[in-house]
Design a protein around this ligand. Structure first.
Ligand code: SF4
Ligand code: SF4
Length: 198
């Protein structure tokens, strides 16, 4: 990848360091210990935490924030245990993801990964119902991930043709699952979300 110096944002490393979890980014001396032991790097050849840190230190803000790789960390903490510089890589990835989400909400970048869409839909269900509502989660996720209600419903139908019977057998699908769950004191849950949002 060619680096265009005029596109670099040198302050990006300070922006990350100011976020909870990102404090130690500038301690990284690029030894690669994190990447060598990372189970996700073994499965996905493009996932390289050392490279994400290097790009961030260089100021490649948009490339990092829009990359799908920042959403792949499984938070297993193997790298954090081994890093000689105490960089806390999974927390650092979380800090970068929070910046990416904020920038995407402002319309400054476009996220390519589907994980943030799923995470947002998941949290909306918890906020609304106090528990996971599978049908609501699927509807919201497919609509957003496929750019609209109709295209989302078509994609959902296709996927659920394969998955449907398995979910039905486990009681995750069926007449009962069509209705949202009800819990007592949902107001308390909403209060927690409000506090977190503030
Ligand atoms: S192990 Fe730590 S110091 Fe080494 S490259 Fe990874 S984050 Fe940087
Ligand atoms: S915490 Fe993330 S980056 Fe670190 S080893 Fe696990 S999956 Fe890889």
């Amino acid at each position: 990848m060619a680096i265009k110096t005029w596109d670099l944002v040198p302050n990006f490393k300070y922006e990350i360091a100011s976020m909870p979890g990102g404090e130690n980014i500038m301690k990284c001396f690029q030894c690669s210990t994190c990447t060598v032991g990372c189970p996700i790097s073994e499965l996905v050849s493009t996932y390289n935490p050392r490279k994400i840190i290097q790009m961030s230190l260089l100021g490649m803000r948009n490339e990092v924030l829009e990359s799908e790789e920042i959403w792949l960390c499984a938070v297993c903490q193997t790298c954090s245990e081994r890093c000689p510089q105490d960089v806390k890589i999974s927390d650092l990835m979380g800090a970068i993801r929070r910046i990416a989400e904020k920038e995407a909400h402002k319309g400054n970048i476009k996220l390519k990964a589907v994980r943030p869409i799923f995470e947002e839909a998941f949290m909306h269900q918890l906020e609304k119902y106090g528990r996971l509502y599978e049908m609501g989660l699927s509807m919201e996720y497919y609509k957003k991930a496929h750019g609209g209600l109709i295209s989302g419903m078509l994609a959902m139908q296709k996927d659920y043709q394969k998955l449907g019977m398995r979910l039905f057998k486990k009681g995750k699908m069926g007449p009962k699952s069509m209705l949202p769950p009800k819990i007592k004191r949902i107001g308390e849950v909403k209060k927690i979300f409000k506090e977190l949002g503030d």
